[in-house]
Ligand binder design. Structure first.
Ligand code: AMP
Ligand code: ZN
Length: 117
């Protein structure tokens, strides 16, 4: 995994710089380098998974932990009450630019990215 030539794999392995806000054996969370909101955190699996299309049943607990980590980090950043947006872009039409699964946590202001009414 550490030798996988992927920027998010390198961040998870500690071999590329990032402001890591949380890490455990399965998950790393770090601040997006081009934040689109006052709070913009990316939550990734440490293991390389290209996109949501590559998930299987055995990843159900991992995905659950990614979401729960995002919710907990929203609380830690004091944005839970006002609300936030979780975004998981998949593939070209979904706007995914880094081919390592990642969940965006965006908050701290009204979010005008993605679906709005
Ligand atoms: P997406 O468009 O959903 O693939 O989102 C990729 C996100 O990763 C973008 O918001 C980028 O700003 C962010 N990003 C790319 N490279 C890095 C990096 N080295 N450190 C932190 N964030 C990054
Ligand atoms: Zn990767």
């Amino acid at each position: 995994m550490e030798t996988y030539p992927c920027i998010f794999c390198k961040i998870a392995a500690g071999s590329a710089p990032a402001k890591i806000v949380y890490q455990d054996a399965e998950i790393t969370a770090f601040y997006d380098r081009h934040p689109r909101a006052p709070v913009h955190v990316l939550i990734i699996p440490n293991r390389h998974i290209d996109s949501a299309n590559d998930l299987s049943e055995s990843d159900a607990a991992l995905i659950g932990r990614m979401f729960l980590t995002a919710v907990r980090l929203a609380g830690d950043h004091r944005i839970a009450e006002n609300g936030y947006r979780l975004i998981l872009n998949t593939g070209r039409d979904g706007g995914q630019t880094v081919p390592h699964l990642h969940l965006h946590l965006l908050g701290g202001q009204r979010i005008h990215l993605g679906l709005n009414h």
